[in-house]
Every structure is written in C-alpha cells, then in structure tokens.
Design a protein around this ligand. Sequence first.
Ligand code: SF4
Length: 173
Amino acid sequence: MGLEAKLTDDGFFTTKLDAIIEWSRKYSVWPMPMGISCCAIEMMAAGDPKYDIARFGSEVMRFTPRQCDLMIVAGTVTYKMSHVVRKIYDQMPDPKWVIAMGACTSSGGMYRSYNVVQGIDQFLPVDIYLAGCPPRPDNLLNALIQIQDKIGKTRAKDFQDIKLPELTVLQSN
Ligand code: SF4
C-alpha cells in the first residue's frame, strides 16, 4: 500500500514541535512532595484511588529533585528548614513550578512565631497559593490543573527567557 493510501485509511494529524512539547510537559508534571507537616497528609491523599492524581499525569512523585518539575511545599516551614527547601528547589531542573499548600506555607498560618517563615515566597517563587488548614486533596488537584494551564500558555522557547527573581535565603532570627 502506498503512503498516500495508508494515510487516507489510517488518518493523520499535524502539529508544531512547540505544541507537542507543551502538551507532553503539561500532562507529565512530576511533583517533588516537600511534605513538612500536617498538610502533607492531604497531599498524600491526592494520590489515593479516591482522588487519583494519576488522572492528571502526576502520579510519579519523586524524592529526588533532579527528576521533578513541581515542588509542592506542604507544611509549616521554619527558618531552619527554609535552607533545606531552597536547596532542594535549586536542584530541580528548569522549568519548574511551586505550589504553596496551606495557610502555614503561604503565610505562616497560625504560627506567628519567631521561628516560622511567614510565607515561602520570601525565599521561593510561588506559582499557586492554596488556601486552607489543611486544603482538601481536591483543592490540590485544582492547583495542579492551574499549573497545567500555566504551562499550556507558555511556549517551550519562552522558558529560556524566564528570569527568576533574585532570591535570598533567609537567616534565622
Ligand atoms: S495549614 Fe494547618 S494543616 Fe497545614 S501545616 Fe499548617 S496547621 Fe497543619
């Protein structure tokens, strides 16, 4: 059978390289589960059969930052711990995204305390802030969908142009 006849029978589609890279990236976001305290339990629940994060292509949680492109910070981050979180973030390859899961991560939550960072955006660029104490697993899935939308709106070549803000690692008080 000739090529023309085969294509007519089987069908075909055309796309651009950029578009297929975006599509693949969007549906294969691999999270780095930075579970620090109680919010992490809800993060784990997002992977169970009820919530099934695999539906979104993100079931491959990795505990090595070099294989991840989404950091989910879930829990109360102390100044001491902030250095560790930042170090792990720095080891993730670009492009990468960050979800601040829960009140503590986003703003310190109820811990208005000398040892707790009042929001991880003081030392990380945050893409999505997730409200709640703790947020429900389905809220985390919603945040993931928003990250996917964000990825879908960015051309592959634009990732090279992204300028990260100058970040400073916090000092303990
Ligand atoms: S937001 Fe609530 S559930 Fe999450 S780490 Fe803080 S105290 Fe725990």
